[in-house]
Every structure is written in C-alpha cells, then in structure tokens.
Design a protein around this ligand. Sequence first.
Ligand code: NAP
Ligand code: 3JN
Length: 339
Amino acid sequence: MSKKFNVAVAGATGAVGQTMIKVLEERNFPVNEIRYLASERSAGKILKFNGADVSVQKLDHDSFNGIDIALFSAGGDRSLTFAPSAGKAGAIVIDNSSAWRMDKDVPLVVPEVNPHAIADYKNKMIIANPNCSTIQMVVALKPLYNISKIKRIFVSTYQAVSGTGQKAIDELEAQVKDWANGKEMTNKVYPHRIAFNCLPHIDSFLDNGYTKEEMKMVNETRKIMEDDNIQVCPTTVRVPVFWSHSETVAIEFERKVTIEEAREALSNAPGVKVVDDPKNNIYPLATEAANQDLTFVGRIREDLSCENGIVMWIVADNVRKGAATNAVQIAEILAEKYI
Ligand code: NAP
Ligand code: 3JN
C-alpha cells in the first residue's frame, strides 16, 4: 500500500490504547502522522511510536484536524462527546466503547464476520468495535452459521481481570501476594475478593436480572450476525485470570450439524485455530492465547441434551482480538478499500 494515513489514538495512555499502538507497529500500518490523545493528566507525557517520541495531547474537540482515522478507547463518555467532532473534521472513528454500538447508523464490525458493514461508515463517520466477549464468540459462530442457521446459544464466560483494566490486574496480584503471606486481602475494584474466586457479575445489573455485559452479548451478536431471531442466554463471570477470556458456548442449529462438519468449517475459518485433542490434554487455554490474535476453539462435541446442538470452548486474548487488533483490522480494511 503506497498511501499513508494520519492516525489519532484517543486513550493512548490506557491498556487498550497502548495495545492498539503496539498492534499498529507490529502490523506495519501505513502511518504518516500519529497523534496521541488522553486526559489533561497525561498532556505532555512522551510515548513512543516505532521508536520515535510522541507527546500526548489533551483530547479536545479540535484534536482531529488533518486526521484520517481516529482509534478511540478513552471510555464511552469521551466517545459520545468527541467522536462527532472527529467526524466533522473528516476523521473516521473506530470506537472501542459501547457508546455507539447499537446505533442503527453505526456499523458494528468484526472483520472475519461482517466486513461489508464497514461500507456504511459514512452515515456518522463512526464504526463501532464490539465487546470482547462478543467478538471471540462470533468469530467462531460465523463459520458454523454458514452451514446452518443458529436458533439459540447458551454461553458462560470466564473473563480475565485485564478486561477491567490495570487497576484490576494490580488488585488480583496484591490479593494473591497477601494470601501467600497470610495477610488479610482487601478489595476495591470488585465488590468481592477476586483471588481464588469467581464473580458472576460483570458491569452493572439491569432490571431483567442480567448484567449490561450479558445484554451486550445478546444485542451485539444479533447485530453482527444480521439475525434478530438468534436467542442468546449469557452468564458472564469474572475469574482470577490475568489475560484472555474463555467461553463455553452451546449452540442449537436449525438442522443437524455433525462434529466433523463443524470441525472442518472451523479449521478453514479466518481468524480461528482449532486446538482439540482432549485425550492428549490439548484444548485452548487462556495462558496460550495471551498475546495472540487468533480465536482458539476446542472441546467440540455434541450437545447431549439437544438434537441439533454442539458445544465448544472458545478462548481469545481479550485486549488484542477483543479490542485492539479488531480495531486495527477495521482500519486496515478502511485503508485498503475505502479511503
Ligand atoms: P484505561 O487503561 O483506564 O485507559 C483509559 C484511557 O482513557 C486513558 O488513556 C485515559 O487517559 C483516557 N481518558 C480517561 N478519561 C479521559 C478524559 N476525560 N479525557 C481524555 N481521555 C481520558 O482503560 P482501558 O482498559 O484502556 O479501556 C478504555 C476503554 O476501552 C473502556 O472504557 C471501554 O470503553 C473500552 N474497552 C473496550 C473493550 C472491548 O471489549 N472492546 C475492552 C476493554 C475496554 P489518562 O491516562 O490521561 O487518564
Ligand atoms: O470486563 C470486560 O472483560 C470487558 C470490558 C469492557 C468494557 C469496559 C468498560 C466500559 C466496556 C465495553 O467494551 O463494553 C465498556 C463500555 O461499555 O464501553
């Protein structure tokens, strides 16, 4: 690609922002100018891009002059406030927050699943990146949906603390150290201790008894798969793991899908790696998926409780494929096809 682009990273000092910068470098994205934006607290801080110093600027309405693509991960409020200003300045926003995901004029994109939706970016000059738990699930569902329509999904997640950010990583580490030293453990980030525990509680609870994280999985899956009839029953759980979300997903199809068909479709699917030899203790693991961009699928088996059902175990790095890499992949498609 000969053309180069002016790229802004809003939230450049954060966990997702830092990973987006790393992924832009690793994938050799054709950057002309890079602009780092964050809060007033970080203004003037020096970060690197491809070895060069870049001074962080305060995110503001006039931060986007001359920018082609703006990658946002500075929280939903900042996305609501500043994405329209970026659009007015001519920048296309790829937003990591939930602020715009369900807006009917904003495409919600996983490149392996619905890259064609990117064509609608001009409506609001915003493309939304889905929630991490949704992304890894739909990457594995799409090749199966191509064999048979999916009627219903039961999903339980096992989500790493890095999904909450650095303060949660620090809290888990501190609790484990305190436990090992026989000290009392304290918790600030989560309502209960996370060390040696599982919390069936991610984001806030809604009146229907589900959490916001769970309802993101329901609504985003329907939008990305372009099928409002898919029934999704999620339970999202925080577990004492640092990196990578794992999921048990039970799928009911309209017609019988054999294990062989499923395995073949997944083996040929973009972004998926089948890791499935359980008798030799081989299945996807959070520790193995960390720092990778693929979605790992294993434990593929029949659902004994359902005639047309299969069950599988899906693992991916929540900060990379679940956020940063997905956003950069969208930017790559924009750069190659649209701008
Ligand atoms: P983080 O480590 O806390 O980073 C937050 C970033 O936002 C920092 O760069 C921070 O700048 C910036 N920021 C905060 N307040 C700001 C303000 N008033 N003006 C400008 N910048 C401000 O959080 P993270 O883990 O990277 O997550 C960031 C966001 O990404 C989340 O809020 C969420 O919307 C999204 N996210 C999405 C997924 C997903 O599933 N796709 C996963 C995780 C996160 P300072 O350093 O200057 O404070
Ligand atoms: O908790 C996780 O594992 C994923 C967290 C995602 C997240 C964290 C803070 C705000 C989101 C998100 O992407 O859905 C948001 C948000 O709603 O923007």
